[in-house]
Ligand binder design. Structure first.
Ligand SMILES: *[C@@H]1O[C@H](CO)[C@@H](O)[C@H](O)[C@H]1NC(C)=O
Ligand SMILES: *[C@@H]1O[C@H](CO)[C@@H](O)[C@H](O)[C@H]1NC(C)=O
Ligand SMILES: *[C@@H]1O[C@H](CO)[C@@H](O)[C@H](O)[C@H]1NC(C)=O
Ligand SMILES: *[C@@H]1O[C@H](CO)[C@@H](O)[C@H](O)[C@H]1NC(C)=O
Length: 484
């Protein structure tokens, strides 16, 4: 009885589970495609989720649960699917990607749509901006001629953000939030500045325009001097402009911050290589290598018998005592997606990083596949890859799963990065740019800044809740350390 139940169970699991062989292309593609489908299935109302800025408008969370998606994660998903197409050749999602990418641009074609403007963060806008940049670099099908073009959209985001560079506090840097009424307006953080740095580096490499490289170097220098970058090349989260010093919860390290700066440095290295400037290329090679090595602890190797497996150590539970993985909030559940993506970008541009990166992506994928064994379907992915079994993360339209499946999808697909064409520059790409996109006076900015605050309580809650969650998380994390 016991035996037959067991074998029935394992048969049932075998049929659905993601059974990845990291040495076999077809198996990797099948895994990526399976998870992409899971991700898509989270939007049962169909493509309306992706149009007119609707992506991210999930039903109100069940009480006590921190589920409900911010707008930025839609941009992150589009970036993931653009790479998915470039890597696997599967164009199943291209139509919804194009629709979403174009319906969220806002009236000024700069990814500042009115619906989200009241709660806009520089990082939110930048996630859509880097998706547009990827579309240009990957040769994703160009939009119709009467619509904004990928490269011009990335330039618009860059120009808007450059105009918000704030030299009045802490010697420079972007603030996190755009609107004064939001809590995060007084916070300068790594994700906002790191993405701005990365967009600058990517535009420099794509267009050859030196204005972008000067900006990228300025952001990098500021990051170094602000204390966000440590002397051993780790990236802290941020600090308040009241004291301009990283302290307390600001010291928490997130994998996407590390990945964002890493890929930016990789683009800088390649920019200087392509422009025949070996001395500067060599500086950026050193920086890229240092940033890469600095990801190892805390994101891959912590002497816990689980070598090279990616973990979001700021919120996932750690061995030896795994509890369920519930302390990561909705945003944080997706961060490993971007570390995987940015590892792959770095892999393409910097041959000297390849062994380090592939060792870790492969070990992580083997572990992650074992986490993708939950219900429904027997192929629902958990959050923790360290546990090497499904950790009980919930899945469903009002429950969650976007972050978990984004992360698994980007991890699996990027195992195939070695077969993908190097990102386009304007010599090889077709996307039309516009260096002055997004640099005019924004009617939206002027009008909305006159408002006293964000339009809805939910929007207003966003920024402050995130801060509170960070504080609680740091508490939980510290507790783990102490108890350990
Ligand atoms: C290149 O390196 C030199 C020497 O370190 C430095 O002065 C310069 O600012 C760097 N950037 C460019 C664009 O040449
Ligand atoms: C970067 O350069 C410094 C100084 O030249 C050197 O000490 C360090 O080992 C280099 N780092 C890497 C990762 O190559
Ligand atoms: C380079 O970029 C800057 C900043 O967007 C822009 O003002 C300038 O016109 C661009 N130059 C060229 C030659 O495209
Ligand atoms: C882990 O669990 C064991 C057994 O329940 C317990 O003795 C130990 O104190 C726990 N360690 C931590 C760090 O929680």
């Amino acid at each position: 009885m016991k035996f037959s139940t067991l074998s029935l169970l394992s048969l049932a699991t075998a049929a659905a589970a993601i059974d990845i062989n990291v040495d076999d292309q077809a198996s990797i593609k099948a895994a990526a495609s399976d998870v992409a489908k899971k991700l898509r299935a989270l939007y049962p109302t169909g493509e309306s989720w992706f149009v007119a800025g609707e992506f991210g408008k999930l039903p109100p969370p069940p009480s006590g649960k921190d589920i409900g998606y911010y707008w930025w994660e839609g941009g992150a998903a589009m970036g993931a699917w653009i790479d998915y197409w470039a890597i696997t050749g599967d164009d199943t999602y291209n139509d919804i990607v194009t629709t979403a990418m174009l319906s969220n641009v806002g009236p000024e074609n700069d990814y500042q749509p009115p619906r989200v403007f009241a709660s806009l963060g520089n990082d939110d806008q930048a996630f859509w901006g880097i998706a547009a940049m990827s579309a240009a670099e990957r040769g994703f099908p160009d939009p119709p001629k009467d619509k904004p073009q990928w490269l011009a959209l990335a330039q618009a985001v860059f120009n808007r953000q450059a105009s918000r560079w704030d030299t009045e506090h802490c010697g420079g840097g972007l603030r996190w939030q755009v609107m004064q009424a939001n809590n995060g307006y007084n916070y300068k953080n790594s994700i906002s500045n790191g993405l701005f740095f990365q967009i600058g580096a990517r535009l420099a490499r794509y267009t050859g325009n030196t204005t972008y490289v000067e900006w990228a170097e300025k952001v990098w220098d500021w990051t170094k001097h602000s204390g966000l970058l440590t002397s051993d090349f780790k990236i802290y989260d941020g600090f308040s402009i009241q004291d301009c010093v990283v302290s307390g919860q600001g010291k928490i390290m997130w994998s996407y911050n590390a990945g964002t700066y890493l890929a930016g440095a990789a683009y800088m290295y390649d920019y200087y290589t392509l422009t025949g400037n070996p001395a500067n290329a060599s500086d950026w090679k050193n920086i890229t290598q240092s940033l890469l090595q600095a990801t190892d602890e805390p994101f891959f190797n912590r002497n816990d018998g689980l070598p090279n497996i990616m973990r979001e150590s700021g919120c996932e539970s750690q061995p030896p005592n795994f509890s369920n993985a519930a302390t990561c909030n909705t945003d944080q559940r997706s961060f490993k997606a971007y570390l995987s993506r940015f590892f792959a970008y770095t892999y393409q541009l910097c041959p000297f990083t390849r062994d380090f990166i592939m060792t870790r992506l492969r070990a992580s994928a083997v572990a992650a596949a074992k986490s993708c064994t939950g219900s429904p379907g027997g192929d629902t992915c958990g959050l923790s890859w360290l546990m090497q079994k499904y950790d009980g993360s919930t899945y469903g339209i009002a429950q969650g799963g976007v972050g978990e499946h984004l992360a698994a999808m980007e991890l699996f697909q990027n195992l195939l990065i070695q077969q993908v064409k190097t990102p386009n520059t304007q010599q090889t790409g077709t996307s039309k740019g516009n260096p002055s996109a997004g640099s005019g006076d924004s009617a939206l900015t002027a009008a909305d800044l006159r408002q006293t605050g964000p339009t809805t309580a939910g929007d207003r809650a966003g920024a402050s809740i995130l801060t509170i969650v960070c504080i609680c998380l740091l508490g939980a994390f510290t507790w783990f350390l102490v108890v350990d």
